[in-house]
Design a protein around this ligand. Sequence first.
Ligand code: ADP
Ligand code: MG
Length: 210
Amino acid sequence: MDTDVFRAWITDIATVIREQRDHLTQLDAAIGDADHGANLDRGFTAVAAALEADPPASPGAVLTLTGRTLISKVGGASGPLYGTAFRRAGKSLGDTSDVDLTALAAALEAALGGIQQLGAAKEGDKTMVDVLAPATSAFSKAVAEGQSAADALGALVAAAQAGAEATVSMQALKGRASYLGPRSVGHEDPGAASSALILAALRDAVLASP
Ligand code: ADP
Ligand code: MG
């Protein structure tokens, strides 16, 4: 997976977030402050412009620029969390020009580690971690077993979607939704939904590459 694949991943995220902006905002209206779609749309629009203006020369540099831009452009909890995730993933890739599945798995683990270090959410707290943790673990396991890219990325996305779905019945223990207490039950977490979109875009970008 070369720099073009990572650039395609990020621009695909910008497109899908734009398409799902109102849906993400509606999810956040139910248990938060109705800005998640707008926050991410603003952030990834700025990221797409930054990638265009000064195209990074390596996969790691694409992710690092993405993270830096999200941190500077997105207010709210999700900007620093996703920003840190992409920066950690970029750092994990280093300056390699061709990323294999093992390096991608390590980068996703590093991203999750950054989010948990910053936000201190555990699985079950009804956050993006409920998508990223099971998805990363399913992907790492599939890669360690020697599965193909298509199968490993299929496992990643299946676990992500199941994780997002599972947040519906959880009570929020972190973030703004936790202020609602038991009233947060019965709604999908917006950050979990956006994380599932981001990981589906990764699968699509990798499998579309020649
Ligand atoms: P804000 O809550 O500041 O309005 P957003 O609406 O953009 O920010 O993002 C909300 C999402 O951020 C939540 O749905 C949740 O998934 C995620 N989130 C909030 N706090 C945490 C945390 N401590 N750890 C992980 N994710 C979190
Ligand atoms: Mg919000």
